[in-house]
Design a protein around this ligand. Structure first.
Ligand code: ADP
Length: 482
């Protein structure tokens, strides 16, 4: 179907050279929409990762010594390369990830936007002067890049998750080794080609692929790596965070979510339904900010359930390359089995399937977009992240009840609610314990705003003026004898 994509590269980038694993080991990569193999990528061990870290370490002084304007100019060249090749990069993304081409185009545009944002922010890394308590001394605070960054990214946004991390790292003056997810490595490796074409010096960004454990171990144990940034599951993040903290490295953790979406009686119904579709079904439900639990007030419950189920039933499922498709496959068989498990658990406990509820006739890992009414706190999806196209509808009576239920999760990444009451909009936004809140909006991510969570969703913020902080150390300089 796809002539060889010019951005598909089957090697790793280490110190400016495209190389395989020392022992020639590879991992196969599959198109989830067809089950067909796309190709292979190197499966490296610790020795190759150590060389990548050494390359990043060697490149660090010169990269950090460039002026912010010089770094920004190179980053903006990379933005141009992405925008000029957006169609091929989007096709590569759909090929390995399965998301509809329109969503892939959106992600590539987002990657360019993050990189542009951080290029612009590079020149605004301000320090401080502090009034001195000593008459003969002056106090300065300057900000310096933390050093070599190890970045680990997931398969659901194989391009833009790298942009958020590497954009900030490069702007701050850091160098990096990136480990894309093994299910979707090509969009990660394509960044190497982008940076090469932009003229970013060899070793500044290195990209390695393979089994996760050896790469993660090297990031944590190699003393030259000064920061580990991770986006992925809470289970893996918790383990990495513990070890990286023991090694006294800086860490950022963007972990799982369990987003609530509250529809109050006074909501604009059409707007709430549109927001619910966007929030739940983007990337077939496979984003960490996707709604996990819909809480709908009793007075609007039936009307919302009917309108939402009708809209969900109309979503076109299929290969992401097919025109009009808005729901692609799930990433793999494990994800499919997990979603089936949630539906079986819910229906066994009294959940009512309004639409969907089973695998899709297309086979592979396609699942029908599903709405389940009469959801209760005993069902597994009340607690666990679904990460698939299943929308449970819980009923509530009072605002207090909804806020308590929404907050009764170990996670705290994103939350949404719909109301036309201005006082309630402020009140509920302040009471919800989540890092990001959408009021009458179901998709709120943008490079200019801080992305990140609280509680078991992790810490650190990506994008926005706060996004550089995680890549900078604060240094205090005291000048005496003045
Ligand atoms: P998901 O459930 O979204 O696949 P994971 O946390 O398993 O989430 O994966 C996110 C990223 O973390 C991927 O790049 C994966 O390869 C990586 N990863 C998984 N286990 C480890 C580990 N032990 N050490 C380092 N990286 C890991």
């Amino acid at each position: 179907m796809v002539a060889k994509n010019p951005w598909l590269v089957e090697a790793n980038l280490i110190g400016g050279a495209w190389v395989g694993a020392d022992d020639g080991a590879t991992l196969a990569v599959v198109n989830p929409a067809t089950g067909e193999g796309i190709g292979t990528v190197p499966s490296v061990g610790r020795a190759e990762v150590a060389r990548a870290v050494a390359a990043a370490d060697a490149a660090f002084p010169a990269w950090a010594a460039k002026t912010a304007a010089e770094r920004a100019a190179l980053m903006l060249k990379a933005v141009e390369v992405i925008r000029a090749n957006a169609e091929d990069l989007a096709a590569l993304l759909t090929l390995e990830q399965g998301k509809p081409l329109a969503e892939a185009r959106g992600e590539i545009a987002g990657s360019a936007a993050y990189l542009q944002w951080f290029a612009e922010e590079a020149r605004r890394v301000y320090g401080d002067t502090i009034p001195s308590p000593w008459a003969d001394r002056r106090i300065l605070v300057i900000k310096e890049p933390v050093g070599v960054v190890g970045a680990i990214t997931p398969w659901n946004f194989p391009s833009s998750m790298i942009a958020r991390k590497i954009g900030a790292a490069l702007a701050a003056g850091c160098t990096a080794v990136v480990k894309p997810a093994e299910l979707t490595p090509y969009s990660g490796l394509a960044w190497g080609l982008v940076f090469e074409r932009a003229g970013i010096p060899a070793g500044v960004v290195n990209i390695v692929t393979g089994k996760p454990a050896p790469i993660g171990d090297e990031f944590i144990e190699n003393p030259a790596v000064r920061k580990v940034t991770f986006t992925g599951s809470t289970a893996v993040g918790r383990q990495l965070a513990g070890r990286a903290t023991t090694a006294l490295k800086r860490i950022s953790m963007e972990l799982g979510g369990n987003a609530p979406f509250i529809v109050f009686d006074d909501a604009d119904l059409d707007r709430a339904v549109a927001g619910a579709i966007a929030s739940k079904f983007r990337n077939s439900g496979q984003t960490c900010v996707c709604t996990n639990r819909f809480f709908v007030q009793a007075g609007i419950y039936d009307a919302f359930a009917a309108a939402f189920a009708a809209a969900v039933a109309a979503l076109k499922v299929g290969d992401g390359f097919e025109a009009g498709v808005v729901q692609g496959p799930l990433i793999d068989g494990r994800a499919l089995a997990k979603v089936e498990g949630f539906v079986a658990d819910a229906t066994a406990k009294g959940g009512r399937v309004l639409t969907g509820g089973a695998r899709h006739a297309l086979g592979q890992t396609f699942f029908q977009p599903t709405v389940i009414a009469d959801a209760t706190a005993e069902m597994a999806f009340a607690r666990d992240e679904i990460f698939g196209p299943v929308a449970p509808l819980f009923r509530f009576e009072t605002e207090d009840e909804a806020v308590a239920a929404a907050n009764s999760s170990e996670y705290g990444l994103a939350g949404y609610f719909y109301t036309r009451d201005l006082a309630r909009a402020f009140r509920v936004a302040e009471r919800l314990k989540f890092g990001q809140i959408g009021v009458n909006e179901g998709v709120i991510t943008t490079e200019v705003a801080p992305f990140g969570g609280v509680k078991s969703s992790g810490f650190g913020r990506e994008g926005s003026k706060y996004g550089l902080d995680d890549y900078l150390d604060v240094k205090y300089v005291c000048i005496g004898g003045v």
